[in-house]
Design a binder for this molecule. Structure first.
Ligand code: HEM
Length: 171
């Protein structure tokens, strides 16, 4: 059976090695060792999401306050990119597939999410070009990993561990 990682690579067009190039250096330290670049990116991203002209996509986020969504995302990114475990301290294990279970994470939604993230990255000055490329590969792969996970959770309750939420090897 094709694993979620394999599906993520196939659907996103990003090989696992490129998706996890973010683990080859400590991105958090490379960007100055403060949460600020991640706050900038998440604010930029969610401002686009909450103002999206496509109502079907904007609606997916209607259950959360924009400020909370920004905090959840930037704390996750700080942690995942090599900084302190801000997300887990406040929210627990990232468990991304489980946390996205209430939402329609379809191929179409993934493309819209990635469109906003691409634009947010392009207009965030505090992240250098090389890091932007690495982060976008991680985002593309993760988005499709979540699409594959969303399809799977409709069939089963248990989800396998993933490398998208931790840089420790999958068990
Ligand atoms: C594929 C399309 C995606 C959709 C439609 C989607 C949708 C959502 C929604 C509606 C929320 C709730 C907002 C909140 O209250 O925080 C959320 C939260 C979150 N998403 Fe996504 N997401 C997608 C992709 C991603 C990707 C690619 C990542 C990581 C790289 C990600 C990471 C997160 C995190 C960390 C949270 C906060 C979870 C929590 O604190 O409970 N999402 N997402």
């Amino acid at each position: 059976m094709q694993s979620l990682q394999d599906k993520a690579s196939e659907w996103s067009g990003v090989a696992a090695a490129d998706a996890f190039a973010i683990d080859e250096v400590n991105v958090f330290e490379a960007l100055g060792g403060t949460p600020q670049p991640f706050v900038d990116l998440s604010t930029n991203f969610y401002t686009r999401v909450y103002e999206d002209e496509e109502e079907w996509f904007r609606e997916i986020f209607s259950g959360s306050k924009k400020e909370d969504a920004i905090q959840n995302q930037y704390e996750f990114l700080v942690q995942r990119m090599g900084g302190p475990p801000l997300f887990s301290q406040r929210r627990g294990h990232p468990a991304l597939i489980g946390r996205h279970r209430p939402f329609p994470v379809t191929h179409r939604a993934a493309e819209r999410w990635l469109h906003h993230m691409q634009q947010a990255l392009e207009t965030t000055q505090s992240i250098n070009p090389d890091t932007k490329t690495k982060m976008m590969n991680f985002f593309r792969h993760t988005a499709y990993f979540l699409v594959a996970g969303n399809e799977m959770t409709r069939q089963t309750q248990s989800v396998p561990p993933c490398k998208h939420a931790t840089n420790k090897p999958a068990e």
